[in-house]
Design a binder for this molecule. Structure first.
Ligand code: 13P
Length: 248
């Protein structure tokens, strides 16, 4: 944890659940009344409005999982940042490795999307992380530093942008890096943010993501420069998500 920084525990629901499940999950998270961490849930696009309703009156924030780089236009099937803002989203996850893999999003595309998010006054949550091959060949830190340089727009720090370090090989696998490896990567990310954004980079939140569960959350969240978590599978079970948030 970075001193003085309010941790963020974010749930990335990915393409899971039904409308009724989304409502119920959001309602249960809203009732959790977690102290000490900010909570964020990121449902699939069609569930943003009903989840916003289920969160009404709570302090749990709402986010989306992607957006288009343009504010409007002829882009069939896409969703713009102004639309997300209209639906109550305060955060937008960008550059998740599943989008980089499924949709060929590169750093320049992620940066353009982040600029669109900043233009609406929303907070980008930019994901970075190495593949297993890159980890094994000792390139992990260089890869992540390159992704940060290419994906983060100017203005990221003023908007209190969030970075999520998600090693691709730890997502949905039950495997995590060692605590030393997580701490080393977060220290490197902090150094990159400070070099680019100065003092403001010192307090931006850096989340860890990849097989975070109630059983490993406390140890991971206690590491220096780990300012929260981006949770996939465990965020679909309210009790698990709340247990992770309570481990801060
Ligand atoms: P898991 O927690 O299921 O490993 O997913 C992590 C993730 O991709 C969050 O964005």
């Amino acid at each position: 944890m970075t001193p003085g920084v309010r941790p963020l525990i974010a749930g990335n629901w990915k393409m899971h659940g039904s409308l009724s499940e989304a409502r119920a999950l959001a309602g249960a998270v809203a009732e959790g009344k977690v102290q000490g961490a900010e909570l964020l849930v990121c449902p699939p696009f069609p569930y943003l409005l009903p989840v916003q309703g289920a969160l009404a009156g709570s302090t749990v924030a709402l986010g989306a999982q992607d957006c288009h780089a343009a504010a409007k236009g002829a882009h069939t099937g896409d969703i713009s940042a102004p639309m997300l803002k209209d639906c109550g989203a305060g955060f937008v996850i960008l550059g998740h490795s599943e989008r980089r893999a499924d949709h060929g999003e590169d750093d320049a595309a992620v940066r353009a999307k982040a600029e669109a998010v900043l233009a609406e006054g929303l907070v980008p949550v930019v994901c970075v992380g190495e593949s297993e091959a890159q980890r094994l060949s000792g390139e992990a830190e260089a890869v992540v530093a390159g992704q940060l340089a290419g994906s983060l727009p100017e203005g990221f720090a003023q908007a209190h942008g969030v970075v999520a370090y998600e090693p691709v090989w730890a997502i949905g696998t039950g495997r995590t890096p060692t605590e030393d490896d997580i701490a080393a990567m977060h220290a490197r990310i902090r150094a990159e943010l400070a070099a680019r954004f100065g003092a403001a980079g010192g307090t931006l939140r850096i989340l860890y993501g990849g097989s975070v569960k109630p059983g490993n959350a406390k140890a991971i969240l206690a590491l220096p420069h780990v300012d929260g978590a981006l949770v996939g599978g465990a965020s679909l079970v309210a009790a698990d998500f709340l247990a992770i948030a309570s481990a801060v």
